[in-house]
Design a protein around this ligand. Structure first.
Ligand code: 9YT
Length: 131
């Protein structure tokens, strides 16, 4: 069994800080669960375009509000605490955060640890990396 607290992840190697967001990564590939689990804050006022070509991602918003735009068809969706979206088609998308948004994210295949977005908004498919 694996038991981890957010407090133990804050400030560790599994706390990844990027310009528009910070990600506290609870479970990674090396945990061998078949997915990774992240607690992410998207910063208020930021606009981010992501395109997970190599991953599927489900995102459950538990705090804050913003807007999601599916760039494959131009549709927009309000996102607030209690709303989930799943990128089952690897959709390129833009997230506009009105407030800080706290998101619980699951990635398949799992992230290995230190991924940040490349210039296209994707995470590379990294090989197994024991940190
Ligand atoms: C919602 C989203 O995709 N945020 C970017 C960060 C990512 N979820 C992560 O690595 O936690």
């Amino acid at each position: 069994m694996i038991v981890r607290s957010l407090e133990s992840i804050k400030g560790s190697i599994n706390h990844v800080d990027d310009r528009n967001w910070e990600s506290r990564r609870f479970l990674l590939k090396k945990d061998e669960m078949g997915f990774s689990l992240h607690d992410t804050i998207i910063r208020a006022g930021t606009v981010s375009t992501f395109w997970y070509k190599n991953h599927q991602e489900a995102v459950y918003c538990i705090e804050g509000e913003g807007e999601l735009e599916d760039l494959s068809n131009g549709k927009t969706y309000p996102i607030q605490a209690g709303t989930m979206y799943a990128l089952d088609g690897h959709e390129k998308h833009t997230l506009r955060a009105k407030t800080d948004m706290r998101m619980v994210c699951v990635f398949n295949p799992p992230c290995t640890g230190r991924e940040t977005h490349d210039e296209e908004g994707a995470y590379p498919l990294l090989s197994e990396e024991k940190i």
